[in-house]
Design a protein around this ligand. Sequence first.
Ligand code: PMP
Length: 392
Amino acid sequence: MLERLAPASPDALLALIKLHAADNRADKIDLGVGVYRTGQGDTPVFGAIKAAEERLVETQASKSYLGPEGDMGFVEALMPYVFGADDPSMGGRIQGMQAPGGTGAVRLAVALAKAAGVSKVHLGVPSWPNHAQILADLPLEMAPFDHDCDDGTANIEAVLGAIRGAGEGEAVVLHGCCHNPTGIDYTPEQWREIAEALSDSPILPIIDLAYQGLGYGMEEDAFGLRTVLAAVPEALVAYSCDKNFGLYRDRVGALYVMAREAGDLPAIMSNAAALARANWSMPPDHGAAAVRLVLDDPALTAQWLDELDTMRARMRQVRERLAAAGQVGTLDLTPLGSQNGLFSMLRLDKEQVARLRSDHAIYMAASGRINVAGLTQGNIDKFIAALGDVAK
Ligand code: PMP
């Protein structure tokens, strides 16, 4: 029976990793993989996480099961950063549970929305490819709208149109910050318009916050989410700690639910727990426990925020350098300076992307998405020159 399965299409980025690994050219550049890199090209474990892991090894007395909600100390310690220190549970209306990474949190959010009666999900495209894959797998109907305009800014009319035109039983997925793959975020003013439109619509907002702290700062990057939550009666938030704590393979995330009334939460969370149980039973513990130890210790928290600042400053520097190059052949790199996070899209066709690989040993997704953290003082000039060569 199993032999009936046709091969699934391979993950394009994983294929790119293999191609890059097999390339012997010393000056090769990898802009494909979606992880942060230092100026030396490494993706190190955060010092604050290393210290917390050491403490964890010394103090952890048991690895017995925790339950589908995972480490609630972790889930709650994160809330002031996400929802604001003043009233992180919004009067008891927000509760969360741990999930296996942001991916698990997105999966749980849309599955919970479906269980509550959502049948159609609006999504700005392009988006992180797994959004569409998860919706297709559930299945849930996906209604795409344009995320961005040709000039490298967000298409506010498209998102407002989707929200205003939506009826009961519909949801919209919004990237909280550092949009993947475009790097194009809504401005504060645009978030206010989105929040107002949401407040007038029956649509359920699902906010995916996978890069908090990688754009302008922990507080700044929560602005859109908090503006929306202040305006709507209910929402779901899928959170990832895999980038802002550098925990990628440890799979650290959380789902938060903001309910109309605090009294609605026990039933909602019991459904979320049941879905988690049927999917993965319970989330992996180690990374979340390390994050909890960081957030429970002021010195480790300060160290983590410092490390995050260094990451963000480096990405800003790379972006400023790219933007300063301005027009390079047919490409205008200026908008990259005001885009956020790890990713931006270059308007290159597949053939140009292939030529960057064959002629210049530069590896990027076929869509033209680049990870700006793959660029360093040592390779950025070569990269800009290569763009000039292929984008004539
Ligand atoms: N949402 C978005 C927009 C992402 O880009 C990613 C990761 N690339 C995720 C969610 C999932 O992150 P994680 O690795 O924590 O599953």
